[in-house]
Design a protein around this ligand. Sequence first.
Ligand code: GLA
Length: 407
Amino acid sequence: MFAKGSLTLIPTLNIYFGMQDIRVSFQQCFNRAATLAVQSPGRINLIGEHTDYNHGFVLPAAIDKCVEVAMAKRTDGTIHMHALDLNETVVLQAKALQPHPITWVNYIIGVVAQAQRYLSSPHDIDNGFDICLQGDIPIGAGLSSSAAVECAVLFALNEMYALCLNKMQMALMTQQSEHEFAGVKCGIMDMYASLHGKKDQVMLLDCASLASTYYPLVLKGYQIVLLDTQIKHELASSEYNTRRTECEKGVHLIQQKYPNVKTLRDASAPQVEECLKSNATLKGTKVYERCKYVVDEIQRVQIAVKDLLVGDMAAFGQKMFATHQGLSELYEVSCPELDILVNAVTNNPNVLGARMMGGGFGGCTINIIKETEVDTIINAVSSLYTQKTKRLLRVYPVQIEQGTHIK
Ligand code: GLA
């Protein structure tokens, strides 16, 4: 499966140079003051992968890596966009926006188009604005840099034009923007987490009802460390959409016998076995394996949250390893580089849990590592990774931070 996909090196923004004062940058760029500046974070997800679009549970948190935008209105019907990290400027007419060949531009205009659709009649927003943006979320690392841009832009538009959107509406609109302008049929997790994050807390999000519960993450001498493969297999977005379709196919077949099953959230493990395992129409497909993983994972998140509540982080960590195994063997969204990183820390008594994180096919693993052992473990894993892949490992210890806010 992976032999077909080519590899691309992931560009990283501003990692070495740090962030500039975004208001000062705006002034330098547009020769006038910004009306407002907004910061929106990337996210981690402790457990619950590929469950959001199946109406299951996820356990994400916003992190201390973010995107910042500064903005001011224009009156001539154009949007002037400047990406500080890339030193690229793009100017477009504010009306009748269509997907653009430059990726980062879509994250801005996609949400403008959503806001215009929401407003449904001509609005001040059609007169355009100036925007500059920067970020320190590594791109393509599975930390939702795109969602962070979308959330920052919509939050800023909401403030500047007094659109009266709440954060839930913003999450749904930015998700729609990703579907329409980035072409990825993503779930709600990334946007929800970026917008709604709270410092030092993880959120259990029920992706069916969109209700969330916050829990403090007490790690007692452990640290969350992300290990970045620094690669992204090009089939990531096409395979993501294929996984979604495979899950829908499974639901459709289960539904024929159990009409109450509308999503994999409603399906039980025995129903998956009964309806999908030996189903002749599924011969040659992986629908059974995909659905089995998702139903198990939805169950696993709920038990993992109980571990968290009683402070049993060892049991929690074991579930992270189980998630990785499911993602690698049944859902097949891991890749050799991610597996190397997880295998390198499996059975290490100083690592409570590790797994690939996000959509997969590259990006990061999330690890819960004993604080005093972080350096030793990182050194050992880095040399192993380089030896096996001829690539450098990038490492990000992360803290849990608040969600999208005015800066
Ligand atoms: C990507 C998507 C999310 C989610 C994860 C996998 O990050 O944007 O909606 O599906 O993959 O859990």
